[in-house]
Design a protein around this ligand. Structure first.
Ligand code: PLP
Length: 390
């Protein structure tokens, strides 16, 4: 048989699914496992949104739509995403797709060719490296700096950017660290992007999940950046809609037109009734989002407090997303060994920092998209298992 192409040669599964699979196997064998590995809101999709989806199906809104989405939805996204960032977007800049991932993937296909270098955060969302590999580009990890809220190590960034750099990927607030990049760092990156004529792919899926009344800045707020930025965001996290599969990209209209062609020839379009539900999510009341943020903040505070009370663990208080990224170096085990130990001995599923890149060594990622009772119980089990190590 003829061999596969090289496009899939380097692809690896997402660490979260690997750990989930092992945890489920233990559960099937009768063990009870506490889950901190998945980045999925435990909240139900809000009732007004579910009702809009049900109504849309009942009314026969089950047909093809334009590849980049219904105009009414693109208009609503342009308005609300612009208002959140204090900028103005036109509907023709908006590309709706089935999830946030397709906008990441297709914009990479549109922008990155063989041997083009792409800077991306490490530790970072595993899809970044994967999509650059499929596009034939060269993924270049930029280490994050714990002391700087897990923002880019700007000295490393300055050393790594060069004439071959095509795209810089940003993710603030970040998965896996919860870190929010300060505006001054975004300004530094924007200046370099302009100097080296690079695109910026800014994954802002957690932009509205920020705590303590803070605001996460977007690089599009910086003058001159909108014309070289692809901003991606979606409904999965903000509106607890992971399974509905809907996200969007906002970019210069000339690139949006190319994305429309990529969508035409791949997925065709996003589901009609899902788009109608998403329109309700944007246009309807936003108080459920605010309530969710209050609850996430309480969970974050609980998790950080309990982790910091354990000898050998130090945990920063992340400003956004729903993850903590504790430093576990002084426990003297690799991240992988420790996460395996916690699953087997404590019955708690967490991810090793290395599931997000080599610079994640020495850290674990725990998601607090679960109840405060579960957080207390899970961290109690971790504390007991760690005490046994001594
Ligand atoms: N970007 C980041 C940083 C994420 O953490 C995730 C999901 O976990 C995604 C993108 C994918 O989002 P979606 O489910 O909307 O495709």
């Amino acid at each position: 048989m003829k061999p596969y192409t090289g496009r899939t040669a380097e692809l690896k599964p997402e660490g979260a699914y690997e750990v989930l699979g092992r945890a489920q196997a233990l559960e099937a064998a009768g063990r009870s496992i506490i889950h901190f590995e998945l980045g999925q809101p435990d909240f139900e999709t809000f009732e007004n949104v579910r009702e809009a989806g049900r109504r849309a199906i009942a009314e026969g809104k089950t047909r093809y739509t334009p590849p980049s989405g219904m105009l009414a939805l693109r208009q609503a996204i342009a308005e609300s995403a612009g208002a959140q960032r204090g900028v103005h977007f036109e509907p023709e800049q908006v590309v709706v797709a089935p999830g946030t991932k397709p906008n990441l993937f297709y914009s990479t296909l549109a922008l990155v060719g063989p041997d083009d270098e792409v800077l991306y955060p490490d530790p970072g969302f595993p899809t970044y490296k994967a999509m650059v590999q499929v596009a034939g580009g060269v993924p270049v990890p930029v280490p994050l700096k714990e002391e700087n809220s897990f923002s880019f190590d700007l000295d490393a960034f300055d050393r790594l950017i060069n004439e071959r750099t095509r795209v810089i990927i940003l993710n603030s607030p970040s998965n896996p660290t919860g870190g929010v990049m300060p505006l001054s760092d975004l300004e530094h990156i924007a200046e370099a992007a302009q100097r080296y004529d690079c695109w910026v792919l800014s994954d802002e899926i957690y932009l509205r999940l920020v705590y303590d009344g803070r605001h996460a800045s977007s690089i599009v707020e910086i003058p001159g950046m909108m014309e070289r930025t692809v901003l991606v965001d979606g409904f999965s996290k903000t509106y607890a809609m992971t399974g509905w599969r809907l996200g969007y990209g906002i970019m210069p209209a000339h690139l949006a037109a190319k994305m429309d062609l990529l969508l035409t020839h791949s997925v065709g379009c996003s589901a009609h009734f899902t788009q109608i539900a998403a329109l309700e999510a944007i246009r309807g009341p936003q108080d459920r989002v605010a309530e969710m943020v209050v609850e996430y903040q309480a969970r974050r505070d609980l998790m950080v407090r309990l982790l910091n009370s354990m000898p050998g663990i130090t945990c920063q208080t992340p400003e956004g997303a729903f993850y903590v990224f504790p430093n576990v170096r002084s426990l003297g085990m690799s991240s992988n060994q420790l996460s395996d130990y916690l699953l087997d001995e404590a019955g708690v599923a967490v991810l090793p920092g290395t599931a997000f890149g080599d610079y994640g060594e020495g850290y674990l990622r725990l998601s607090y998209s679960t109840s405060q009772d579960t957080i207390s119980a899970g961290l109690g089990c971790i504390g007991t298992a760690l005490a046994r190590l001594k």
